[in-house]
Design a protein around this ligand. Sequence first.
Ligand code: MN
Length: 436
Amino acid sequence: MIDETVYKSRREAVLKQMKNKSAAILFAAPQKIRSNDTEYPYRQDSDFYYLTGFKEDNSALVLIKEEKAVKEILFVQKKDKTIELWTGKRLGKDDAKERFHVDKIHTIDKLDEKLKRLLLNKKRVYLDILSEDKRVLHVKELLKEILKNKAAKHTPQEFLHVRELSQSMRLLKSPAEIELIKKALSITKEAHHKAMSMKKAGIREYELQAMFEYEFKKNGAYSDAYTTIVAGGNSGNTLHYIENSELLKRGELILIDAGCEYEMYASDITRTIPVGGKFNKAQKEVYEIVLETQLRVIDAIRPGVKKSELQTIARESLCEGMIKLKILHGDVKELVKENKDKVYFPHGIGHWMGIDVHDQCPYKDKKGEELPFAEGMVLTIEPGLYLREDDENVPKKYRGIAVRIEDNILVTKEGCENLSFDIAKRVEEIESLYDS
Ligand SMILES: [Mn+2]
């Protein structure tokens, strides 16, 4: 668990970045309606959670920066016995005062009234400017009113994106955050190992998906971090296949991209395993190329290196392998230059990961230059080869094979640490787990 003082220091770091005479407003995630009065499972907004550790909906954080003073104000839901009977306990204003180290707590129904005062004489407002959320649009309307206020010395003239403040901070994970990711990975590992050991021929992809979701919950992870992909055979060539409805057949591979979320932190692991427990020769050949590529890329990660360099290492390594398998012909560098590999490896080598599976952190600095890796960053490394069954340029024995191998990597002072090092991925390891 992350301590209250950590959230406090994150807000202070946001306030430090804010310009003088400004206000920042961030809302809790809205409830999403599934139909009529039924909602999807609720998940807190990632930036709001990062700055408050608060999981209730219908809340807002307002940060105020003046020349010599700063103020943190949290708006929470009112206690209401009748509503709480239906939707569960609310923390309420009094308990929120005890828990949160902020300057002021109000109930959310006071937000408009307070904002009218708080936003007066501010020059800048940080808001989720890209959002279509009706509460954000409402604040914009309020600001129009304030702009008309003749009594104001200053009126907000500049709108800045509130999420940029926290998202750049979220790039570097603290030891406590890394512990949560490790915990998520330990649960995810159990599920992947169970999938490797199970007899799978004749069951449907969604049964395997259900096993993952069950293992996640059983071990204390409330949710998956994203919709599980269980793709048997050629379906693995559809990158975001989530239909998961086909029968798994002996002789095929299954590409499983599944990771749980633990205490709001993600894990994101892909393994490609044989349905019947044994890789055939062609599957093994493709698999070894992807594995060798993944190991080469991970080996290159250290502070100062950039993601685009890893992309090149991956592409060259995959091309080298595809030449050996006679999928591609020619010179590695030429093939990469001509993008001949793109049809077989069409995606990026990885992405930031943290509170979100695809963490919304910047990849470039303010000048538009690519950010070099630094100690504390966490990213996925996930090369793949996708050989469609209808691709006549691919030797027949490889058609319909899709392999992706994905691990979660922490950049350290000297190099990197593979946080998911103990999830089986070598051919012999996977095969020996089957039915053992
Ligand atoms: Mn991923």
